[in-house]
Design a protein around this ligand. Sequence first.
Ligand SMILES: [Cu+2]
Length: 150
Amino acid sequence: MKLKQLIALSALVGGAAFAQNVIVADGWVRATVQGQKATGAFMKITAKDAAKLVAGSSPAAGVVEIHEMKMEKDVMKMAALPNGLDLPSGKTVELKPGGYHVMLMDLKAPLAANSTVPVTFTFQDAKGNKTTQELKLPVKSMAMPTEHKH
Ligand SMILES: [Cu+2]
């Protein structure tokens, strides 16, 4: 390999590492039963520089939304976040049952425990630049927390 090519290659690798501002860890998707059309995906997201999770998509679901759950007059309700989920600089945001979650809706088939679901997330930085990240999230069967009502 010539030196010029080497420099070009290392610039490319460096660029890719720089783009990885957002780290997603401990992701999982709740398994579903036959006939169930929606489920939640949960994970820990840390952005080095402040960013937002603005969109998601998955070949397993017709619609992917970012939701929050909150108490309203003693009733737990969930709603899509119209402006995405804020990821403050250096702070880990946890998406968990009963809180923020990524909603996979219009599921094309039941999601069996021990399989994986490909999900692509779109992050937006403070300047409005968007990057996508593709993940394969493991499917786990876990009991529904009693407060989770759709
Ligand atoms: Cu939801």
